[in-house]
Write a protein that binds this ligand. Structure first.
Ligand SMILES: [Zn+2]
Length: 416
């Protein structure tokens, strides 16, 4: 729970300090506060600030449980200041399925689990979360499944989004989801503008990502989200939004029954986007970006980027911006940097999302690898198999482009 900053001495001190300074970090703000005369005169405020400063430093040293930091009264008061800020914030990076809360998901999921396709939904839930996930009997059960637990990796994170995906069964569900999200962020988090990243097409040849339930067309998805946000905007004219269709970048993330290659499938979706705007001109001002998402540990070489390049160029020629996720996960740092480089030079992305690999000092990274290997060596232990990925990939060779791409190129060459 956030605290009203106007209701406490602590809030008054922080409001005064923050409004008199500009662009300071949290650490500097706490430092200044603890030296201020305002705090000297109020010992209870000093105690709270000192306690919080200790917690923040302890968390930096050993980042285990952030709950205790966030639940501290200073954190809750700072949150209250954000919420009371006179200008609403812009949410520039939010994914539809990652943002659906348990109060939205639970009643819809319960209805599906009581419906005629119960068995296939239960099966999907077991696959994504394990046998112990069932039965789901309350909002709290859903909340627990939707949250990232300590130590969960990125691919696991992509899997825990499954519950949110299951309930988006038609246009109406997308409309309700957009309205619910806009209302929640506007009310609880002082947000007045949302750039929403959402899955444009659910087609996939990966069994782990395939969903039971009815087929939902991209048109239903886009119109549903548009209607939900517009409904909220009619009630709150200061609210605004951008729809950003997102595409999984993994090589298997396309309908291999319908398309010979990922390139062909992506180009088809690009034409669908352009077709939707031609059919519903009101979408033109709202659907202005695209994004690529997913597990990119196998998506970093030039050949990987070539597949979606023609589609990206077509979108760019129609004024679309590419705001894309790269350099977020990688098997070794070089590949993380390589994926950012290729995204910039092959897709000509306008905005890089995350780009974490660019923030890692290579000297630090490679020396850390060396130290880890030496520490294991000292104990007579081998390097764990999952950390030997680099050499294994090299042995089996990704030097040649994937077979599908070679076939597509051969077909193109024979046509011209
Ligand atoms: Zn993201």
């Amino acid at each position: 729970m956030l605290s009203d900053p106007y209701a406490s001495q602590l809030g008054h001190v922080l409001l005064k300090l923050i409004s008199e300074t500009n662009g300071l970090t949290l650490a500097h703000t706490l430092d200044l506060a603890l030296r201020s005369m305002l705090v000297d005169e109020r010992p209870e405020v000093a105690t709270a600030l000192r306690g919080f400063q200790d917690l923040v430093y302890a968390y930096h040293r050993d980042p285990t449980d952030i709950r205790s930091v966030l639940d501290h009264e200073v954190a809750r008061t700072l949150g209250g200041i954000f919420r009371a800020f006179p200008l609403r914030f812009r949410e520039e990076h939010i994914h539809l399925t990652g943002a659906l809360t348990a109060d939205f998901v639970y009643p819809r999921l319960a209805a599906l689990l009581e419906g005629p396709h119960r068995a296939s939904y239960e099966q999907k839930i077991r696959e994504a979360y394990g046998d112990e996930a069932l039965p789901i009997r309350s909002e709290a059960d859903v909340d627990r499944l939707l949250r990232l637990q300590e130590g969960m990796g990125f691919s696991r994170y992509l899997q825990i989004l499954t519950l949110g995906k299951l309930v988006l069964v038609d246009q109406e569900a997308h409309r309700d989801a957009a309205y619910h999200m806009a209302a929640r962020l506007y009310r609880d988090d002082n947000i007045g503008r949302i750039r929403l990243k959402f899955t444009f097409s659910r087609a996939t040849s990966s069994a782990a990502d395939a969903l039971p339930g009815p087929e939902v067309s991209p048109e239903q998805v886009v119109l549903g989200l548009y209607e939900g946000f517009e409904a909220f905007r009619r009630e709150h004219p200061d609210f605004d939004y951008v729809l950003s269709p997102s595409f999984r970048k993994e090589a298997s993330a396309f309908d291999s029954q319908r398309f010979a290659s990922k390139a062909e499938s992506f180009l088809h979706h690009v034409d669908e986007i352009l077709g939707l705007i031609a059919k519903h001109p009101f979408l033109r001002d709202k659907m202005t970006d695209v994004d690529t998402v997913g597990d990119e540990r196998h998506h970093y070489r030039k050949a990987h980027f070539e597949e979606m390049r023609p589609g990206m160029r077509k979108l760019a020629s129609r004024g679309f911006r590419v705001r894309s996720h790269h350099g977020e996960t990688w098997h070794c740092l070089r590949r993380g940097v390589q994926s950012v480089d290729n995204a910039m030079n092959i897709w000509h992305i306008d905005t890089l999302e995350h780009g974490v690999s660019l923030g890692v000092n290579p000297n630090f990274y490679f020396h850390m690898v060396f130290e880890r290997v030496m520490a294991l060596n000292g104990k007579g232990k081998p390097v764990p198999p999952e950390q030997r990925r680099v050499s294994r990939d090299r042995r089996h060779g990704l030097a040649r482009p994937p077979r599908r791409l070679r076939q597509a190129r051969a077909r193109r060459a024979s046509r011209s």
